[in-house]
Write a protein that binds this ligand. Sequence first.
Ligand SMILES: Cc1cc2nc3c(=O)[nH]c(=O)nc-3n(C[C@H](O)[C@H](O)[C@H](O)COP(=O)(O)OP(=O)(O)OC[C@H]3O[C@@H](n4cnc5c(N)ncnc54)[C@H](O)[C@@H]3O)c2cc1C
Length: 428
Amino acid sequence: MPLQLPPSLWAATARPAPATPPLDASRQADVAIVGAGYSGLAAALRLAESGASVVVLETGEPGWGASGRNGGQVIPGLKWDPDELVAMFGSEAGEDLVRVAGGAPDTLFNLVARHRIDCEATRCGWIQPAFADADRGLAARRVEQWQRRGAAVSLLDRDTACTLVGSPIYRGGWIDRRAGSVQPLSYARGLAHAAQEAGALVCANSRVVALARDAGRWSVTTAHGPTVSAEHVLLATNGYTDALWPRLRQTVIAANSFQVATERLPDALRGTVLPKGHVASDTRRLLLYYRSNHDGRLVMGGRGPFREPIGPIDYRHLESVIALVFPQLKGVRCEFRWTGRVALTRDHLPHVHRPAPGLTLLLGYNGRGVAMGTTLGTLVGANLLAPADNPLPLPITGMRPIPLHPLHRVYATAILQMYRLFDYLAVR
Ligand SMILES: Cc1cc2nc3c(=O)[nH]c(=O)nc-3n(C[C@H](O)[C@H](O)[C@H](O)COP(=O)(O)OP(=O)(O)OC[C@H]3O[C@@H](n4cnc5c(N)ncnc54)[C@H](O)[C@@H]3O)c2cc1C
């Protein structure tokens, strides 16, 4: 039974999916890629463009995971600030990583332009509005660090932040003009199409159930039978990582992020919410992220219960926060509700592992994988076949399972409650 794409605003409004029939027979390839999100597809595109034979195997369809369900905010950088990355990795490697992460939107928008990907791409910038007075210092620090590196960012005073967001609740903030937005599922489908055009074979409904190494090659077995024999394998399964490679799932916490989308806003209200087309995510510990889409809906995202949602009640907190942030939208209905899984790492960095010859694992975007997944997928693709010519901006590390992983729901729920309390206290 083919896995259906879960209902969402993006599934309802995306460009048509390219044809990606399941793997029909066993094949040989230079590289087999597991997972058709931005990471796997960007790697496939890069590899196919350099002449490698590539097969992408996906349980659902391209964009079935987080890549077809996210907020579509194309944001530069990682969870750490530039100076923190330099302190962690040293000046040369740290600045290199900052450059790659800061340039991640360029990588994405250049791909969109080069392959004419029809995905409602806009580049109006990202605002991080300050939720509490204390967060203005954070905004000032971030602006100073990025400006020192020549990035197009600036500080926003309270009035300007409130005007650009269309909300009276913020205390200031900063804007990063390198950022923008895409329709996330259309972008994933466009990447899949570009990879196909370059020669990659992209197979939907082809869940991989076993990896085995034999005589210097990998045998990659699908649930319905056919295998791919490949020299290299890339696992790009992020928050949907299963038990395919031992202990990998235990290196991340897969957490649901929740989103709702309103009905189309009446003309009189449209211009009052993010009137200049910015996307935004605020500074709370349990951050809210939001944007409008091309037909004038507000899309609001944030954390919800740690378990899988059981019905509309699990989205009520997000629906009610809309009128708190945008009082003018009181009474506006939500028409779409959906979730997707992000992969959180202990050090808040994406991870690249090489636990066996010819096997690369790439995951852990901590909710920042639209631009970074595209970028690291591209770079890892280049690195697989010619590592010396294409060094990675992150070290290849050993896998470190998170202690007490089976209990992660319990402690993650406790941390969420604590963060909720901190957010409450920050504005008292
Ligand atoms: C609700 C939500 C909102 C977000 N908003 C933003 C945002 O606005 N900006 C931002 O930068 N980031 C955002 N993110 C994060 C971003 O979406 C992800 O970091 C990014 O999409 C990860 O891409 P990926 O290709 O690594 O993984 P995914 O897109 O999750 O793809 C992994 C794929 O692997 C497949 N898979 C798993 N196991 C197997 C197997 N055994 N065989 C075959 N296939 C398998 C899955 O089916 C899945 O399709 C958000 C995430 C969510 C969930």
